[in-house]
Design a protein around this ligand. Structure first.
Ligand SMILES: [Fe+2]
Ligand SMILES: [Fe+2]
Length: 295
């Protein structure tokens, strides 16, 4: 195993595409409507699927290398936002350079996922800032285009600097993490205090924290929670880490839960008509966001 910072190509990109992670999340948390329509739990539970092994390998790397020190190093680097400055529209083009070579037929580009999520939010009559949150929520995946390994961009997120919960997917791989036996980091509270609030907790590094930090001055608080914790499934789906939450987190949880189905279940085979939608989204972006965003 290479030391952090010296990863082999396989360790940088264990997944055939980022979608393999998202498909795995969907297998864990299938759409209740889809189940009702009998489009099969069986189908989801295909353990012979080779993608399962790549996802497993992905989490082995993620859980091994996402240490407290690793997260602080990434924060120090990326939160300077000194790499690129782009309009939102150029940023979507940039993000779309993340193409999936392995399965071009079935996968939508990154922008389509964002647009389908935002359109589903809009169709349900939610406030416009939430529509914008849907449109922007995966912008942090540009980290891949800055050469970051997949396991430091996507995947379920979890607190670092304290004991890992067994409610995080593939918890057995945390034994490989250097913090697992650390005298402080291995304790229930670790470097934190009881009910200190998630804002004081370092999460494993990835696209959620990055996009939150990118947009934190521009969206209302519930939207910021949606950005920052949308991959924190151990919290919003499994109810773990209660000892780190404060009342504000508990209040915001309902928003994170409200957002999650739009992320997971809004994929549809017919792409929205972007030409027709464009004026609406141009106004929406102009209403909340500055003319350029720093990456
Ligand atoms: Fe995401
Ligand atoms: Fe997403």
């Amino acid at each position: 195993m290479a030391a952090p910072g010296k990863f082999s190509a396989k360790e940088i990109n264990p997944l055939g595409s980022l979608d393999e992670w998202e498909d795995d999340v969907l297998q864990r948390y299938p759409d209740p409507d889809t189940i009702a329509k009998e489009k099969s739990k069986e189908e989801y539970r295909n353990y012979d699927d080779p993608a399962r092994d790549t996802v497993r390998e992905f989490y082995r790397l993620n859980h091994t290398y996402q240490t407290y020190a690793f997260v602080q190093e990434k924060r120090k680097d990326f939160l300077q936002f000194n790499r690129k400055e782009m309009t939102v529209w150029d940023a979507f083009n940039f993000l779309n350079q993340l193409v999936d070579d392995s399965d071009p037929d079935t996968d939508l580009d990154q922008f389509q996922h964002l647009l389908q999520a935002s359109e589903a939010i809009r169709a349900d009559g939610h406030p416009d800032w939430m529509v914008l949150t849907g449109l922007m929520h995966d912008m942090g995946k540009v980290l891949c285009l800055f050469g970051e390994p997949q396991w430091a961009v996507v995947g379920d997120t979890f607190p670092v600097g304290c004991a890992y919960s067994d409610k995080v997917v593939y918890p057995e791989f945390f034994k490989l993490n250097a913090d697992y036996t650390d005298p402080v980091f291995s304790t229930k509270l670790g470097v934190y205090t009881q009910n200190c609030g998630l804002r004081n907790v370092s999460m494993s590094w990835g696209h959620d924290e990055y996009v939150y930090q990118m947009l934190k001055d521009y969206l209302p608080e519930p939207g910021l929670y949606m950005l920052r914790y949308h991959s924190f499934y151990a919290w919003h789906r499994e109810g773990a880490y209660d000892h780190l939450l404060d009342d504000h987190d508990r209040e915001m949880l309902k928003w994170v839960k409200l957002f999650n189905p739009y992320d997971l279940y809004s994929k549809c085979p017919t792409p929205p008509d972007w030409k027709q939608l464009r004026p609406y989204y141009e106004d929406l972006v102009a209403k909340y966001l500055p003319s350029t965003i720093k990456f």
